[in-house]
Design a protein. Structure first.
Length: 185
């Protein structure tokens, strides 16, 4: 008997080491850190942009809060040196395919990929082809002329995400998605 279909979602990014025993800060991308980073939980690990890392999965050994920062010790990172080598890893968890984030302005990558990108007047700009995670999340827009434009996923530049309507509104300006006039020639 098969279980429900699942998808992978980004739940965090490994930050700097904390102390000497392999603890790392985690930049959270989930509103359920206690659930996603529970002791014994296994998370998939991947370097941004597809570069290789020595770890494909990490197992949570312990967690604790230090002020407003989540500190995680993973079994595979026994000391500060290995913790430093893990810096920047994106961490993924499997969730049921129909699940949505609890917050109304949060979205899973799979919900955004494939949406039509339109400007404030409703004119088509292209299609969301990827979500790029880093210090700032970016929407990658594949334009009709074959370019890939990166738009910071912030409310000032992406004021509306309409999942039901299958579109995302981008406050476009020359050089963002639409090329500068001199670049069109």
């Amino acid at each position: 008997m098969e279980g429900p279909e699942t998808i992978e979602v980004v739940i965090g990014r490994v930050g700097k080491p904390h102390g000497l025993r392999g603890e790392v800060t985690v930049e959270l991308r989930t509103d359920e850190p206690e659930r996603r980073f529970g002791t014994g939980a296994s998370v998939r690990a991947e370097r941004p942009h597809g570069t290789t890392a020595p770890w494909t999965a990490l197992t949570v050994a312990s967690t604790r809060w230090h002020q407003s920062t989540l500190l995680v010790r993973f079994e595979e990172l026994p000391d500060r040196t290995t913790a430093e080598a893990a810096r920047g890893l994106l961490l993924y968890a499997s969730v049921p395919a129909g699940e949505s984030p609890d917050e109304p302005d949060e979205f899973y990558d799979h919900q955004l990929i494939g949406l039509l990108a339109v400007d404030l007047d409703g004119h088509g700009l292209g299609e969301v082809s990827a979500v790029v995670h880093g210090a700032q999340d970016l929407l990658q827009i594949h334009t009709p002329d074959g370019r890939e434009a990166l738009v910071p996923f912030v409310s000032a530049l992406v004021p509306e995400v309409d999942l039901a309507g299958g579109r995302v509104v981008v406050a476009d300006r020359p050089g963002l998605v639409t090329p500068f006039p001199e670049d069109e020639a």
